[in-house]
Design a protein around this ligand. Structure first.
Ligand code: NAD
Length: 299
């Protein structure tokens, strides 16, 4: 007798959420406790200087979140708001003063900067030990070479999220879409340190869907809303969506089509509430590290 083929029921899966909001609260509580301990042992109150040039609305919101987070953790913040016409020389002079100020342990220049200012010259002017964003070439070089360093906050936060779900990167194929100096490149280095096999894609990458289909771990940081379609996701993949895009109706959305992707992935970050809160938590952690001045102690 011939066996009749039985149709398998369609599996209805839903990825688990990588809860950045919850994890960030834990990190921030730990940083607050460590700040208090640092001060109790005679350390100075950690200080973070936040520099904003111009009045970009999104930047103003980010800066305010960072300042509030500092206050809650017992970190003193020094806010420097400069007008959009500020010259590069004026900004560099401010950075020189902040580099020399013993009350300032961390310096953050909110990006983007107005067109008349060269970003690379600005980032390179921050003293590496105060570079809590981890964008100074020395810190990026240290990250590449595996030396202790102040590490860029967003990739660091992504690694924490993976760790919180005990996701082992070893041997996995990790695809990072986006190759910026602040997210994509350092993210690729972090994943390489975690022994993933890493591919970095960017706007000139050919056949992105086919590449994504092979990814066990996918990190997307392009600023293109909904770039990655759900059907591109390999079943069971881990998806970290770094993108933060404000749509015309005011809602925030990521670079991944979340609802579709969630039916295929095993873990996924929501937007908002995924990577974003971890970026701020890691900034606080870096500021404490800079105040403790332990980040370069090992070499
Ligand atoms: P960026 O503009 O500097 O870099 C974008 C990268 O994406 C580039 O490498 C570019 O080649 C690539 N890209 C652009 N279009 C592409 C396409 N169609 N296909 C493939 N690659 C493409 O941006 P960024 O500063 O790295 O930020 C990226 C996104 O991440 C933005 O939405 C930003 O708001 C967000 N972001 C979020 C956080 C956070 O804390 N969650 C932090 C930083 C940036």
């Amino acid at each position: 007798m011939q066996a009749t083929s039985v149709e398998r029921p369609v599996e209805h899966t839903s990825a688990r959420l990588l809860d950045g909001r919850g994890l960030a609260l834990q990190v921030r509580a730990r940083v607050a406790a460590e700040v208090a301990e640092h001060i109790a042992h005679g350390g100075k109150v950690p200080g973070l200087a936040v520099v904003l040039v111009g009045a970009d609305p999104a930047s103003q919101v980010y800066v305010q979140h960072k300042i509030t987070a500092c206050e809650e953790a017992g970190i003193r913040s020094f806010s420097h708001r400069l007008c959009a016409q500020t010259s590069e020389a004026e900004l560099l002079a401010l950075l020189d003063r902040l580099n020399a100020d013993p009350q300032v342990h961390g310096i953050l220049v909110q990006l983007p900067l107005p067109a008349q200012i060269n970003v690379q010259r600005v980032l390179a002017r921050i003293q590496p030990g105060k570079d809590v964003d981890g964008f100074h070439p020395e810190n990026l070089g240290r990250l590449a070479a595996g030396f202790p360093a102040l590490r860029p906050c967003t990739p660091k936060g992504c690694m924490r999220l993976l760790g919180s779900a005990q996701i082992d990167c070893r041997g996995k194929l990790a695809v990072v879409i986006g190759a910026s100096t602040i997210v994509g490149r350092p993210m690729a280095l972090e994943l390489l340190h975690a022994e993933a096999t890493v591919v970095v894609a960017h706007k000139n990458t050919r056949d992105l869907p086919n590449l994504v289909r092979q990814a066990d771990i996918l990190v997307v940081a392009t600023g293109v809303p909904g770039l990655v379609k759900g059907e591109w996701i390999k079943p069971g993949a881990v998806v970290l969506d770094v993108g933060i895009n404000r749509l015309a109706d005011g809602t925030l959305t990521g670079d991944v089509c979340f609802a579709e992707a969630r039916t295929r992935a095993s873990w996924i970050t929501p937007v908002p509430g995924g990577v974003g809160p971890m970026t701020i938590a890691c900034l606080l952690e870096n500021t404490l590290e800079a105040a403790q001045n332990g980040c370069f102690a090992a070499v």
